[in-house]
Design a protein around this ligand. Structure first.
Ligand SMILES: [Zn+2]
Length: 339
């Protein structure tokens, strides 16, 4: 069973900056039934873009001030406090899972500071979530593996270099799947994207970073496969028959992936006929109630790759419409699951 805790799905009922949500989430992570967790928190407060002197916001975290700059303005201090709350949650979650020998991964944009692989002029003091005292202490205490990859090789239209810090077993499964993916712009002619950095707004006034806040299907698949392999192979405590049973028969080969990669993955449809669900309509910014009347699969093309996506045919209770939705690009939840 996979739980997605995300403000985009559950609103403030999924907001771990609220003490009661945090304590519920920590009990889930402390449960022996929790075998793995992937953590991705807001990265904006550590954005390297703040090091560009273009009149925009100044950096609020630096290598000299890993827990926030001194003499911050009220607005900056609020951002610092929120970001440090996320950091403290990430540190606690990683420690709890590492101590139980369960698997944990933390995703964050790569550092561009003087201590990083990608030292960038003007960004020498760039600090990341991993530099905060709380996360750094958790990582110092527990064995972990760092991998870096370029998200343009999985799901974004710009390079978006990303790091994942993971418990060793999960890290060893992430390495061949994600660690090998570096931008092949100019090397592989089938790899195309703009050189435009994730900075400022696009022609529609939308911040360029917004498109990369959500993981695309390929990245989700690779993360899921790595996590599954790590959980299945981990000895002792967390292993159980249900996990072994769910092992897929085909795993992604450890090779560089191109957009023409033909690895087929058969999706599992999480919904069944007669399920009472809610479907999110992005334009209306509303969830609509519906009943599933059929399930199936449909071949779709995502970033030039042909993939199978699960579908549901639903009957909307509000207006009686019957529509078929693919699950890779729609948000659907069981009715009542968000309560
Ligand atoms: Zn690229």
């Amino acid at each position: 069973m996979h739980y997605r805790i995300d403000i985009k799905i559950g609103g403030n009922e999924h907001n771990w900056r609220r003490p009661e949500i945090l304590s519920g989430l920590m009990s889930l992570l402390e449960s022996p039934h929790c075998v793995a967790a992937h953590l991705a928190t807001a990265c904006g407060p550590w954005s390297a873009v703040k090091f560009v002197t273009d009149g925009g916001p100044r950096p609020i975290f630096t290598l000299d001030h890993v827990d926030g700059i001194p003499e911050a303005t009220d607005i900056e201090q609020r951002l610092i406090d929120g970001a440090l709350a996320d950091a403290s949650f990430v540190a606690r979650a990683f420690s709890v899972l590492a101590e139980r020998k369960a698997q944990c991964s933390i995703e964050h944009p790569v550092g561009k500071g003087r201590d990083s692989l990608m030292v960038t002029t003007g960004c020498e003091l760039h600090a990341t979530l991993m530099h905060t005292s709380s996360v750094a202490a958790a990582l110092a205490e527990h064995e972990h593996v760092c991998i870096e990859f370029d998200r343009c090789m999985t799901d974004t239209d710009t390079r978006k270099s990303t790091q994942i810090v993971a418990t060793p077993r999960l890290g060893s499964e992430l390495r061949p799947r994600l660690g090998v993916l570096t931008c092949s712009l100019g090397v592989d002619s089938s790899h195309q994207h703009s050189d435009q950095p994730l900075r400022g707004r696009d022609g529609n006034g939308v911040y360029r970073t917004v498109a990369s806040e959500t993981y695309g299907p390929r990245l989700c698949e690779l993360l899921a496969r790595a996590m599954h392999a790590a959980v299945v192979s981990s000895a002792g405590g967390v292993h159980n028959a249900a996990i072994a049973q769910a092992e897929p028969t085909v795993d992604a080969p450890p090779k560089r992936l191109s957009t023409a990669d033909a690895t087929e993955f058969k999706p599992v449809n999480p919904f069944a006929k007669d399920d009472s669900v809610e479907v999110y309509w992005k334009g209306d910014k509303k969830w609509y109630h519906a009943v599933v009347i059929d399930t199936g699969e449909q071949r779709v093309t995502i970033r030039g790759r042909s993939l199978l996506s699960s579908t549901i045919q639903v009957h909307y209770t509000s207006d009686g419409q019957k529509l078929t939705h693919c699950l890779h690009n729609n948000m659907v939840r069981l009715h009542g699951s968000h309560a």
